[in-house]
Design a protein around this ligand. Structure first.
Ligand code: PNS
Length: 159
């Protein structure tokens, strides 16, 4: 079974990686799909976001990292995915994710959405928080993979 794990990943955090690792264990192939939506004004280009995820997970037999434009439902159909998997941190994520799941179901009735609860140590973590901390010179150790820390700080930290 192919699963798609979509997101902005601006940038990828240890919370995302936790979901990636766990989701890859329950499917034949996991496609991590970076949404290329410039209207969200991301801090990192889509190429940078894909690269940072690839660097963080290394070579993995059943994980592919790519980007997509347009509708997630169309992308999932194109790659033959049976379901989309999303991480849930708290009730505050639920309303938005519920709406997205129902919209995607309307667009592509065969496509399921699965939710995986975040591990408790990442329940407070978000890409926006990482960016805010880095922009203000705070320490992002333990929030993002070590191998991309310098890259994030280099791009965001005010000097
Ligand atoms: O990590 P995020 O920011 O919640 O990820 C959002 C993403 C990329 C999964 C979402 O914006 C998305 O699915 N974009 C594609 C457009 C789409 O299909 N929207 C749903 C129907 S309105």
């Amino acid at each position: 079974m192919i699963l798609v794990y979509p997101g902005s990943f601006d940038p990828v955090t240890n919370g995302h990686l936790d979901i990636i690792e766990r989701a890859a264990c329950i499917c034949d192939k996991l496609i991590v799909a970076v949404g290329n939506n410039e209207s969200k004004r991301p801090a990192f280009t889509v190429e940078e976001r894909v690269e940072m995820i690839r660097e963080s997970i290394g070579e993995r037999e059943n994980i592919e990292v790519t980007s997509f434009t347009g509708l997630l439902a169309d992308f999932a159909k194109k790659v033959g995915a049976r379901a989309v998997i999303k991480g849930l941190r708290a009730m505050s994520d639920f309303e938005y994710e519920f709406q997205m799941a129902l919209l995607n179901k309307k667009l592509e009735p065969e496509l399921e959405t699965l939710f995986m609860m975040t591990s408790v140590q990442y329940s407070f973590l978000s890409s926006s928080a990482v960016k805010e901390i880095a922009r203000n010179g705070g320490c992002i150790d333990g929030l993002v993979p070590d191998c991309i820390k310098d890259r994030i700080e280099g791009k965001l930290t005010c000097r």
